[in-house]
Design a protein around this ligand. Sequence first.
Ligand code: ADP
Ligand code: MG
Length: 191
Amino acid sequence: MPKSLIRKELLAQRHALCPAERRLLGEAIQGRLLAGSMFRQCRTLGLYSPIRNEVPTQDIFQAAALSGKTIAYPRVRDASLEFIAVADPGAFEKGAFGIPEPKGDHAVAIAAIDLLIVPGVAFDLSGGRLGYGKGYYDRALAAETFHGRLVGLCYEMQLLAFLPRESHDVLMDVIVTEQRTLFTKEPAAVL
Ligand code: ADP
Ligand code: MG
């Protein structure tokens, strides 16, 4: 099945989540991430502002801010993304595609990010990710060296066995759903 059809189907499923479900699932997903050592150990976190029923991130923001981590959000710049440090959750304005983007000018290099948390339309068991079809994360991570862990957040229904994959697609190290934390590069995950 082509990427475009899978996007359409999965976006419709995510759109159908009611606010109460999204809140409950969102708390479970964020709670799972927050309980893990990769969150505890990271110093510089890349996060996102959720749109269109993406997994919420405010609990992660709060926990990271409380423990003094640097938190950076992506902003569209040309055909790629730059990351801007955010200390105040109110410091956003509407940017490209209606996504709230950070207003500041404190850029954080991708190479400095320990843990980069990304949304997606769908993921697969070996770390494949489908975005909205613009390839921003693929390009941003190809353009700069990233040394951290790449983590996708999604609802279990967005996690498929296989997605179509092209050579430019970046792979997640970890996928967190309300039911599991999947380390995609460990041998057992490949079976
Ligand atoms: P998404 O990751 O948002 O689902 P795709 O993987 O389908 O989207 O990529 C969308 C477009 O971005 C493709 O046309 C692809 O060629 C382009 N693209 C992705 N990564 C790169 C890259 N590293 N360099 C140049 N173009 C890229
Ligand atoms: Mg891609």
